[in-house]
Ligand binder design. Structure first.
Ligand code: SAM
Length: 327
């Protein structure tokens, strides 16, 4: 078992399969001039990822998410899904995607055995979507979501990073979008993970989202004003149309119940999202390290996990932005 110094058990591994992305959301990645993608030869192969996962699973981890960058820009990703589906102890395998390439790959992913999808979608307005994503086409994302529904993915969750003055007026429309399609919408507070983002101006706490009259009108179980204490709240929608999630990584930290480790595309175990400490596993993979040695690297990484993740609120350089970690 992978227990940390504070009694938390690690069960969830988030794997970034690439730091490359076909969108350039300004809250997620630094500008082109600063962003320098990992060299191809430094990126873990599917065989290397599967080996790391087998070791993680032997230590009690049982939930895996593939993320990026944009995981679907990595060629033959369904092959990795197939390899991971062969590891019986993984009870939950999921993919996070911006859906730009989903229409093209949905069938192959479904055939490979993937069921769970999280899709990022921050606006339903084409021009706004283009601006937030640095040139993305809304219709392409919507076609990807339609393809996911058609191919029977379930659950499909849509993540919205809510930004004040940018898309906070669309929460109600986005709730309606999900309700009509059996998709769970999740509204997430903007985190200060990238130098290019205007964190302090754009951050909106969940309690403000839940105070909007048009949002409250859509919720069956309307929370009392100021009652926003859980880190993630799933609230039933009016009319029995499902539920919407409101996730507050900033105003109510998840740290207490954190069960996550991350594996970066270049093979570093990252014990805490905002903390820049990492443990290199690639060296062991490529120099004949045994599974026991790799397990030791996991145990060491878990001991480095801080009790509370500390975000850098100033625009000082971070070692990695969100696109390089995987969210
Ligand atoms: N490309 C994939 C996608 O769009 O889902 C996977 C990678 S992306 C880094 C994973 C998630 O992180 C997305 O839902 C994205 O919106 C979220 N994210 C990125 N930067 C963020 C930030 N500064 N605050 C909150 N969420 C962020």
């Amino acid at each position: 078992m992978l227990n940390d110094r504070f009694g938390r058990r690690m069960s969830y591994l988030r794997i970034s399969v690439t730091d490359r992305c076909n969108l350039q959301c300004n809250y997620c990645r630094p500008g082109r001039d600063v962003f320098c993608p990992i060299a191809h030869e430094a990126v873990l192969s599917f065989e290397e990822i599967a080996r790391v996962v087998r070791v993680a699973v032997s230590l009690g981890m049982d939930k895996v998410r593939l993320t990026g960058g944009e995981p679907l820009v990595r060629r033959d990703l369904p092959d990795l899904v197939r390899m991971l589906k062969e590891i019986p102890a993984i009870r939950d395998l999921a993919l996070s995607t911006n859906a730009m390439l989903l229409e093209r790959h949905a069938k192959a992913l479904a055939d490979a055995g993937l069921k769970r999808l999280n899709i990022s979608l921050d606006s339903l307005r084409p021009e706004r979507f283009r601006r937030i994503t640095g040139g993305g086409k809304l219709e392409t994302a919507l076609n990807g979501i339609r393809a996911a529904v058609r191919h029977g993915f379930s659950p499909i969750k849509v993540n919205v990073v809510v930004m004040r003055g940018i898309n906070d007026d669309e929460i109600a429309d986005l709730i309606d979008f999900g309700a009509g399609r059996g998709i769970q919408m999740r509204f997430i507070e903007f985190m200060p993970m990238c130098d290019g983002s205007n964190w302090s101006e754009s951050h909106m706490p969940v309690r403000e989202m839940l105070a909007m009259p048009e949002v409250r009108a859509r919720l069956a179980d309307v929370p009392a004003e100021g009652d926003g204490h859980a880190a993630a709240r799933y609230i039933p929608l009016a009319g029995g149309k499902g539920e919407a999630g409101f996730i507050s990584p900033m105003s109510n930290r998840f740290c207490d119940g954190c069960n996550r480790l991350r594996l970066t595309a270049d093979g570093k175990i990252r014990p805490c999202l905002p903390a820049d400490q990492e443990v290199d596993v690639r060296e062991a993979l490529r120099t004949g390290g045994t599974d026991e040695e790799i397990a030791g690297l996991f145990r060491g990484a878990v001991l480095m996990k801080p009790e509370i993740g500390v975000y850098n609120f100033e625009k000082k350089g971070r070692a990695r932005s969100m696109v390089q970690i995987g969210g």
